[in-house]
Design a protein around this ligand. Sequence first.
Ligand code: ZN
Ligand code: ZN
Length: 446
Amino acid sequence: MKSSTLRSGLAAFLLSALPAGAADAALRETVASRVSAEYASLEALYKDLHANPELSLMEERTAGVVAAELRRQGFEVTERVGGFGLVGVLKNGNGPTLLIRTDLDGLPVEEETGLPYASRKRVKDLAGREVATMHACGHDLHMTVFAGTARLLASLRERWSGTLVMIGQPAEERGLGARAMLADGLYAKFPKPDFAIALHDIATLPAGTVGTLEGFMMANVDTLDITVRGIGGHGAYPHTTKDPIVLAARIVVALQTIVSRETRPIEPAVVTVGSIQGGTKHNIIPDEVKLQLTVRSYSDQVRRQTLEAIRRICRGEAIAAGIPDDRMPVVTSSENEYTPATYNDPALTRRVRGALTAWLGDDNVKTIDPEMGGEDFSRYGRTAERVPICMFRLGVVAPDVFAESQRTGAPLPSLHSNKFAPLPEPSIKTGVTGMTGVALELLAKR
Ligand SMILES: [Zn+2]
Ligand SMILES: [Zn+2]
């Protein structure tokens, strides 16, 4: 009698030391069997989404499929929030509000995975061109995990308390959807979240694992156009011209010193000139040359400093080349296409990692490296409400393919590659279990 009282006292102590969502072996059993029971239908959903990708700002069918999933689970669903965005709300008593986001869009890529369920879809893009489409970034997998998580959480209502806001976001690949949904009143017309969570697949971790990172994970992304202007003329009479080709070349070289000479060495930054176009013929000096740049950074200060340095260098090199005042280079950066850096709130990320570890096992939770890619999930944490956000990564590579690549050093197909082929079953099951575990921790009955 006495020893069993002691044991249960000890068990209660141990349970209280664990993340609340993971404390209960019976709950873990229930989640595992629900995930197995739902899997066949989730795989069918995944293959349907995979075969029917839609481009950014055109996600009409996809949004309908995701909205129907949430409605079936008893969510109150609003469609057409910021374009084809959708918001599902499930109120379940007192407690915090958790936002979970999936993205919806595919890419103009012609799939070459050879999978039986590969996309053969062709659509007219917004410019009217016919293009092949593919879920080459795995947003189909995100939606499937999202649907599975909605099903699990709706069926486990007695195990959590609070409000779930599950959103399907359009146009992630264009960096436009999060801003459009926020501008359309995501935090005003719907319950304001206490935290926002998302996952994104990753092409460098095996299926069955996840990865987390505190702090900066993805970069500020700026897109710049520079028109270098000169005074054109005959290639044989350069002294009568101001040659924009030589000037553009000097600008490209000088831009390399922003990162190497002006930025604190421990602060990440990238300045890439991805396109240079000018001239028509061997013996004509053109009037102008066009440059296209992508600029990456983490901190707002490095971002500001880098953009200012680009303008200063363009102007300075033009002055050195003797370009008249009214022909100075024109530098335009589109705030519309700016994506802010993704900063994973450290305290929230520790809770997310704790839940993932409890639900998936220590060995399956990796620490990932920060990257200079971009993700507009960042915007949910950048409004006046300062909502803490956390995105974690979901491994999707078939374990044997992963091991072979580790052995040979041959790189795996990256996200956006036409050969990117996630392994569905362990990826989906791990995603649903992990996301459900995180939600149960954040919405645990206290
Ligand atoms: Zn992408
Ligand atoms: Zn993506």
